[in-house]
Design a protein around this ligand. Structure first.
Ligand code: JFZ
Length: 462
């Protein structure tokens, strides 16, 4: 054990009501919105094939030129109630919204910089309006904050001189002030999602990452903080130098998921974030961004894989420069939402199905312990994402578990199955509909004698 002052706390996995609620939510909406939504990936006629929110950097735009975009941040199509309704219809239970991305522009009127919505034509507290709208729909709210800041003159990528140290300390004071300001202005938020913490300057300030986490939690008891904030005394990130997770959940899965069979990841809470477009988080108005845009079935498959491995999925939306949602993203939200309306029981309040190995044709989930009641714990959901060419689904039952019945979750019809032996059931795969089908498996402790009985009535016992 390495002695650390700014490593993981001794608490281990959180089991308080706020953390349990976050875990049970399973599905959140990420929103990347800022000035970058206005140029939307194209600067002076040149479309740059990389994330729209990186355009200032990728197109070498000066602070002054980029700052001038604030005059065009006019909110013509901005309807936060519509954003919130769309998220709710989709089945998301929380939202994580960019308060300040790498370009430094703030969606709230911060007292610590002029580069904010206060300097736009409306002068409105856009962030406050968004948070109110989502809360009105019953969704929890989390604040994304980029520590990396291309606008602030004191930001440093590395500390190479005393001057750098002095400047970066000033920068960290600025970030501290802004974060405490956010906590003060929006005390109902459930958590903070830190980003832009990978540079040497931040890694050399593990103490700051530790202290700001503590201070935010003092201001907002129960606040949930992602591991991406944290570095320890030695600059180790996410996990400290002893291998313990820092922050409340791991946030390293970005545009990728753990392997379907790797249930070892479920020892921690984790959240994966995913783009709908090829690889842009902010609105990117281009054929490039559309290439490889996810379908509703792909999103549901990712969600199923995530829940089966004990994680949350944070699905990103990039509203347009006028504040309206892209119609293609609303359409996707509604198709995912139609599926969730029928099958959400396999996602919300669910987690890994202990003992149920990855079957290849889909994912198993089970109600979380916290939701346990005798009835609900007797249920496993099988989310069928890949129908085998044989047309047959084979279900390998964990030792000591018997299958009592199978129902299709969408229309609640009974599905017949046969037992090959005490540990193996088979049934006809559901018809392909273009979206995953969920089967509710009713289970019970196996009769201790069952292994001795020949379950196949077509085979005579001798
Ligand atoms: C960061 C941002 O740079 C990006 O704009 C977006 O906000 C995204 C959610 O987060 O991008 C990252 C962060 C971490 C990794 C990759 C891209 N990573 O750990 O591989």
């Amino acid at each position: 054990m390495i002695e650390l002052r700014y490593g993981a706390g001794p608490e281990g996995r959180r089991q308080d009501p706020t953390m349990r609620a976050f875990r049970a939510d399973r599905f959140g909406q990420f929103v990347h919105w800022g000035l970058y939504a206005i140029p939307a990936g194209t600067w002076q006629g040149r479309t740059i094939e990389f994330a729209a929110e990186f355009l200032m950097h990728s197109a070498h735009v000066s602070r002054e030129e980029w700052g001038a975009l604030a005059a065009d941040f006019t909110l013509e199509g901005f309807d936060p109630a519509e954003w919130a309704r769309t998220a709710k219809r989709m089945g998301a239970r929380y939202v994580t919204i960019t308060t300040k991305h790498h370009d430094g522009f703030c969606l709230w009127p911060s007292a610590y910089t002029d580069f904010s919505v206060a300097a736009t034509p409306s002068g409105r507290d856009v962030l406050g309006e968004i948070l109110d709208a989502y809360r009105a729909e019953g969704l929890a709210t989390h604040l994304y904050y980029s520590v990396l800041d291309w606008h602030h003159p004191d930001w440093r990528y590395a500390i190479e001189s005393d001057d750098d140290r002095v400047a970066f300390d000033r920068y960290l004071d600025f970030a501290t002030n802004q974060l405490l300001e956010l906590a003060e202005r929006y005390p109902q938020v459930r958590g903070f999602w830190f980003d832009g913490t990978w540079d040497e300057s931040v890694k050399a300030n593990g103490r700051w990452t530790h202290e700001i986490e503590q201070r935010l939690k003092q201001r907002i008891p129960g606040a949930i903080v992602n591991s991406r904030l944290r570095a320890d005394d030695r600059g180790a990130r996410h996990f400290d130098s002893n291998g313990s997770l820092m922050g409340d959940y791991e946030s390293g899965y970005e545009r990728r998921l753990p392997a379907p069979w790797d249930r070892s990841v479920a020892v921690h809470d984790w959240e994966a974030c995913a783009t709908l477009t090829q690889a842009s988080w902010g609105f990117h108005d281009s054929a490039w961004a559309e290439r490889g845009r996810k379908t509703p079935a792909q999103v549901v498959e990712q969600l199923a894989q995530t829940v089966s491995l004990g994680g949350n999925l944070l699905l990103n939306f990039g509203p347009r420069g006028d504040g309206s949602l892209a119609p293609v993203e609303v359409a996707l939200a509604d198709e995912v939402g139609a599926w969730m309306a029928m099958n959400g029981a396999a996602v919300h309040g669910s987690g890994p199905a202990e003992g149920w190995d990855y079957p290849g044709w889909g994912f198993y989930t089970m109600p979380l312990q916290a939701e346990e009641s005798a009835e609900r714990s007797a249920l496993v959901h099988a989310i069928v994402t890949r129908i085998p060419v044989s047309g047959i689904l084979t279900i390998a039952l964990p030792p000591g578990v018997a299958l009592r019945g199978v129902r299709a979750l969408d229309d609640d019809t009974a599905v017949s199955f046969t037992e090959l032996d005490a540990h193996t059931a088979q049934l006809a795969a559901p018809a392909a509909t273009g979206m995953p089908t969920v089967l509710a498996l009713e289970i019970a402790p196996a009769d201790p004698e069952s292994g001795l009985r020949e379950p196949n009535p077509d085979v005579a016992l001798v």
